[in-house]
Design a protein around this ligand. Structure first.
Ligand code: AMP
Ligand code: ZN
Length: 468
């Protein structure tokens, strides 16, 4: 299996540090709001890669953090007049719900930055002892970037070019020795959460969090470190500088970065305001459609979000699911027999699609080609299966399709679930029926929703609903 390593800018054969095991760290979101579908891209593509590694028999230790202390979280907490932890806990719960709805498996560990402060203080102390960091007069601790000779090796940036870019930014009163130095620990400000440290009461910089959580849960040297391509510089470059200087061994063997999810060819981001949350999409679509849409492109390519592409994804997914449900129906009608020789030969032919699927995934997780292989299998099934076949043959075809879908995180058997928009439309219809004094219809709708696990509550502000 080959993966494209951002460090060497080449596809490299994947050889894990330890036979049969993979350690993987994926930088997670900063939790101050509902996640948008740009944030969902790394979650979906790296979850799919993890599933493929597991399919190949690897034991995967998958760690993905939540950044739960940050300026944006504090700002939101101050706006709402609550503790920062109220904001981060709320959005971690919401994020986990979105992940489950997108069929993203929970990580082996989801560490929280605020629970790992001691590890950060320890690593910063080591860096100071080794001469890679220093505390300024106000208690800020900086990393001495020029001391790390290999700085820039991941992003392929040259220190002198970086220095030139920084020249104008260095402000008077700045306590850094050098404009390139970055923050490891910063003093508290009024109204901010803080922790005691040998340097000042304060909080960690963002980059040190990941170095420390990766070390604690995966070890000094890991197989794969991943995230969106905006993290290559400075976040991952700084993580390398911190971890390699502190631990004295290479940090990650392979660096994987997903391309941006764009909208009108511009990166989707909170700051530009051009985003859709995963929740927005869930109002219109089963989130399996979103997942399928993401997998229709190679993870390193930019992907432009559009209604047309979502519709195409919806239709594509439907085609696969229809093949699955048709097989199920055929199985019910078919004779409970074992495969005939002709059926065995036919089934063996479908191994070619599995090979194609694996070849695509082995080539730097090319999910776009893997999806094509699934479509080819669907086409084969549609022309070579009927209720005249034996049940065993139909079951085997179903299992084969289900296995490949499972690697992609696509659930073949569609749940009969109402979308939020459908629920709201029914509630509106019930309100209208009540206004028109058609109470029989109103009660009928309430019962129908109850059967589907939707509970209604009539309040003064209108009808509220929740899933049972
Ligand atoms: P953040 O919460 O901004 O730190 O982002 C969490 C993860 O989402 C990181 O891996 C980012 O690289 C990734 N990400 C954010 N926006 C996008 C986007 N528009 N397309 C792809 N990945 C993104
Ligand atoms: Zn990180």
């Amino acid at each position: 299996m080959k993966i494209f390593n951002t460090m060497t800018r080449q596809k490299e054969e994947f050889v894990p540090l330890e036979d049969g095991k993979v350690s993987m760290y994926v930088c997670g979101p900063t939790v101050y709001n509902l996640i948008h579908i740009g944030n969902a891209r790394p979650m979906i593509v790296f979850d799919t890669f993890r599933r493929y590694l597991e399919y190949k028999g690897y034991d995967v230790n998958y760690v993905s953090n939540f950044t739960d202390v940050d300026d944006k979280i504090i700002k939101k907490a101050n706006e709402e007049g609550v503790d920062a932890s109220v904001i981060s806990e709320r959005y971690i719960a919401e994020c986990k719900k979105d992940m489950a709805d997108m069929n993203v498996k929970p990580a082996t560990t989801h560490p929280l930055a605020t629970k790992e402060i001691q590890g950060m203080i320890d690593m910063i102390s080591t860096l100071i002892e080794k001469g890679y960091a220093y505390a300024a007069a106000d208690g800020t601790v900086y990393y001495r970037t020029r001391k790390f000779a290999e700085y820039g090796k991941l992003s392929h940036k040259n220190l002198d070019d970086l220095q030139a870019g920084h020249r104008d930014i260095k402000v008077t009163g700045d306590l850094k020795e050098d404009a390139l130095d970055f923050v490891l620990w910063k003093p508290k400000k009024e109204g901010e959460p803080y922790w005691e440290s040998p340097w000042c009461d304060g909080r960690p910089g963002w980059h040190i969090e990941c170095s420390v959580m990766s070390k604690k849960y995966l070890g000094d040297e890991i197989d794969i470190h991943a995230g969106g391509e905006d993290l290559i510089f400075p976040h991952h470059e700084n993580e390398i500088a911190q971890s390699e200087a502190a631990n004295g061994v290479p940090f990650a063997k392979y660096w994987m970065h997903n391309g941006f999810l764009n909208i009108n060819n511009q990166k989707m981001s909170k700051s530009l305001g051009n985003f859709f949350t995963v929740r927005d999409i869930a109002e219109k679509y089963d989130l399996q459609v979103l997942r399928f849409f993401m997998l229709s492109a190679h993870y390193r390519s930019p992907l432009n979000f559009s209604a047309d592409l979502m519709e195409a994804a919806k239709n594509g997914l439907e085609r696969i699911r229809t093949a699955g449900s048709t097989l199920k129906r055929q199985m019910e009608a078919a004779a409970a027999e074992e495969m005939s020789d002709a059926e065995r030969t036919s089934y063996e032919e479908t191994a070619a699609y599995v090979e194609k699927f694996e070849a695509a995934m082995d080539d730097d997780a090319n999910t776009a080609d893997a999806v094509s292989a699934v479509f080819e299998l669907v086409k084969y099934i549609n022309t070579n299966a009927s209720s005249d076949n034996s049940r065993e043959y139909l079951q085997k075809l179903y299992d084969r399709l289900d296995t490949l879908c499972g690697v992609l995180g696509i659930i073949l058997e569609q749940k009969e679930e109402l979308l939020d928009a459908d629920v709201e439309a029914l509630i509106q219809e019930r309100t209208d029926a009540k206004k028109a004094k058609n109470f029989a219809r109103a009660d009928e709708i309430r019962d129908q929703l109850k059967d589907m696990g939707i509970l209604l509550e009539d309040t003064r502000e209108g009808v509220k609903w929740k899933r049972a």
